[in-house]
Design a protein around this ligand. Sequence first.
Ligand SMILES: Cc1cc2nc3c(=O)[nH]c(=O)nc-3n(C[C@H](O)[C@H](O)[C@H](O)COP(=O)(O)OP(=O)(O)OC[C@H]3O[C@@H](n4cnc5c(N)ncnc54)[C@H](O)[C@@H]3O)c2cc1C
Length: 375
Amino acid sequence: MKINVIGGGPAGLYFAILTKQADASHRIRIYERNGPDDTFGWGVVFSGKTLANLRAADEISHAEITKQFAAWDNVDVVHRDTKVSIRGNSFSGIARLQLLKILQRRAEQLGVEIEFRSEVHDVEALRNDCDLLLAADGVNSTVRVRYADQFQPQLDVRANRYIWYGTNQLFHGLTLTFRENDAGVFAAHSYKFNSTTSTFIVECDPETWANAGFASMSDEETRAYLGKVFANDLQGHTLLSNNSKWINFLLVKNSNWFFENVVLIGDALHTAHFSIGSGTKLAMEDAIALAESFQLSTSVSEALSRFATTRRPVIQDYQAAAFESMVWFENAREYMHLTPLELAYTLMTRSGRVSYEDLKRRDPKFAAEYANKRG
Ligand SMILES: Cc1cc2nc3c(=O)[nH]c(=O)nc-3n(C[C@H](O)[C@H](O)[C@H](O)COP(=O)(O)OP(=O)(O)OC[C@H]3O[C@@H](n4cnc5c(N)ncnc54)[C@H](O)[C@@H]3O)c2cc1C
């Protein structure tokens, strides 16, 4: 098969690896507008379960990924300057750039062609020149826009703003920190992803954002302001920018996942709020599901419908959980009256997927403390 892939992010690279690995006769070419070392953002997180899926799909890239990552089992909630730790949550973090480098190397070793600094404008020309066009071109997908009539996307721009920073302050565990000032409530999602750096995402509601006056602040002023808000947490470390900008979260869904020889995967197909840390996981697991569908099918159309049928319920489930989590953060100010322990419990159970019984299994000490305080 001749396969054209638009987008060399985790979804496009991983699909190319798995498909080429299954059958070396496929000719796969990835078009990526960035260079091999350009990237946005800092670290990404994977759960223990995702790593097991990656291992089953391709042991070689799994071994490289797990060599580089920082692992932890605690979620820490900081509220009113008090930290509550909940253990028993297996996660690991890796720099996005590191992950992309590993996947690029593996793809090239297998014979996948990657055209860096190659932005695709004429999607139709690429589609006419292949058996399969994979749209792995991220949240603002050009392919989704070009074929909007076929995919029928539903795009929902959410009200909260967030900005993705790094810092050399190391947060050992997924740390959710809440700080209040005259402007309103700020939440930080942070975790260490290598021995020197943590991701530090700050999120706030539109009132807080307007009151703080971010609209007229430069990048440096914004970092200085947020550095003050989170001074106790950053302990003298600064926030590091990587062309970081305030963004509104875009919730993406599509009525149709494919048509003829074109299919969407990863963020182009669906997004899940970053508070459940699963964008990269879902992108790579989409790639696994699509590659498997091809192995079980005898034609492109059969493979694409198999992919949509088997994968859709999984994505719907994740998007439902991520939606609850996103709404929780959009309404964070309503929870600020809770004690740190109550807030931690509410946070852990916010997506509706973790119950008191689950917490009892994961961290009996935390569950008992919560039960005692509740009387
Ligand atoms: C603040 C924030 C925090 C996040 N935290 C996490 C986290 O902790 N854990 C996690 O798993 N995920 C996280 N994510 C999500 C994660 O970054 C994405 O979900 C994931 O990268 C999706 O992979 P993808 O391959 O679908 O798309 P992308 O990684 O966006 O890749 C798409 C690629 O396509 C290229 N491209 C786009 N258009 C074109 C074109 N026309 N021609 C050529 N190339 C093109 C882009 O340059 C890009 O390289 C976070 C996201 C944000 C915004």
